[in-house]
Design a protein around this ligand. Structure first.
Ligand SMILES: Nc1ncnc2c1ncn2[C@@H]1O[C@H](COP(=O)(O)OP(=O)(O)OP(=O)(O)O)[C@@H](O)[C@H]1O
Length: 332
């Protein structure tokens, strides 16, 4: 489990201090995949660096599996770092070494004897599905395979936490799904805790159990995926369940609504709108598979004097409605 408490990081600079993290309180449950999203400069990388102990917080604490990383002296920090594996956007493998030798590298550094190392590397390559490529060199691998080697290397020292910084942004859609499938598998088989920084809503939808949105170094929204997306009008609901652009032209008043298909069938949601008559219509809608279920979001266009009636009807049908939503926000 990871616990951040009142975490603050200030970088001094000649033009004045830069507050990268401004009082972060966050818990990541053991054995879950937690996404961290936010615009460029929101503080995501700083957060990860504080988790690895590469960066010392200005104040506040970082605790990983009961060890307060932020309070450890330098000498003990190195051992603690082995408990956290890092995966980056660009894998940075040693080209002259085989895949197996790349995965073995952190074990060499940790002083693990040769025979033990070989057994562990074989096991790790099996875990990431590259057991038959041990003797290949990085240049012979696809981008997705390289990323899997990076994950195997990060797992070499048996970390309890895997920190992933934009692990799939250099990969195409199919390969992204493959790597995320592996992350899910690691969570399920090894019970590992994963923190994944991403700017891609699809990554959060596909693999995260919980998600946190950062803005200017602060937590704007955080929680289990199924909960945040059904908070109507919230930035994560809008980013993770995006509806197509509203058609141009005159609008009367808008009502936004979200629903989990576990509670409300999409046909029932549309029937509730239809029951309001011809002058109330769905102007944009989507249903996204997410967190093991499906979440729908729709925007209803209605005459201004019927907004309250629309909200009441949608609520009675089991949806979470919001009158007069502001414009769609881009958060990721
Ligand atoms: N070493 C540093 N010295 C000074 N300022 C820094 C340093 N590292 C980060 N910052 C500043 O701290 C803020 C947060 O940066 P950070 O890299 O954590 O954001 P980010 O959300 O990861 O952004 P990106 O998505 O672009 O990587 C930014 O304003 C950045 O300019």
């Amino acid at each position: 489990m990871i616990e951040l408490s009142a975490l603050r990081k200030v970088y001094p600079s000649p033009d004045g201090d830069v507050v990268a993290l401004d009082g972060i309180d966050l818990t990541v449950e053991r054995g879950t995949v937690h996404g961290v999203v936010g615009r460029s400069g929101a503080g995501k990388s700083t957060l990860i660096r504080c988790l690895t102990g590469l960066e010392r917080p200005t104040s506040g604490t970082v605790t990983v599996d009961g060890v307060t990383i932020s309070a450890l002296p330098e000498a003990r920090l190195r051992a603690a770092r082995r408990r956290t594996g890092m995966v980056f956007q660009h894998v940075n493998l040693l080209d002259s070494r085989t895949i197996a030798a790349n995965v073995a590298y952190p074990l060499e550094v940790a002083g693990v004897p040769r025979r033990q190392r070989a057994a562990r590397v074989a096991e790790l390559l099996d875990v990431v599905g590259l057991g038959d490529r041990a003797g290949a060199h990085p240049a012979q691998l696809s981008g997705g395979q390289k990323q899997r080697v990076g994950i195997a290397r990060a797992l070499a020292t048996e970390p309890s936490v895997l920190l992933c910084d934009e692990p799939t942004s250099a990969l195409d859609g199919e390969t992204t799904r493959e790597v995320l499938g592996l992350v899910r598998d690691l969570r399920d088989r090894l019970g590992i805790t994963v923190v994944i920084i991403t700017h891609e809503p699809a990554v959060v939808r596909e693999v995260c159990d919980a998600v946190t949105l950062l803005q200017h170094g602060r937590v704007v929204q955080s929680g289990a995926l199924a909960d945040v997306v059904t908070q109507v009008g919230s930035p994560l609901s809008r980013a993770l369940v995006p509806v197509p652009d509203l058609p141009p032209g005159a609008r009367r008043a808008l009502v936004e609504a979200v629903y989990s298909t576990r509670a409300v069938a999409t046909s029932a949601a549309f029937a509730a709108v239809a029951s309001l008559g011809d002058d109330v219509e769905v102007t944009s809608a989507t249903v996204e598979p997410l967190a093991g279920e499906r979440v729908g979001r729709l925007i209803v266009d209605a005459p201004r004097d019927r907004v309250e009636e629309v909200v009441a009807r949608l609520r009675a049908a089991g949806l979470e409605p919001l009158a007069a939503p502001t414009s769609e926000e881009e958060v990721a």
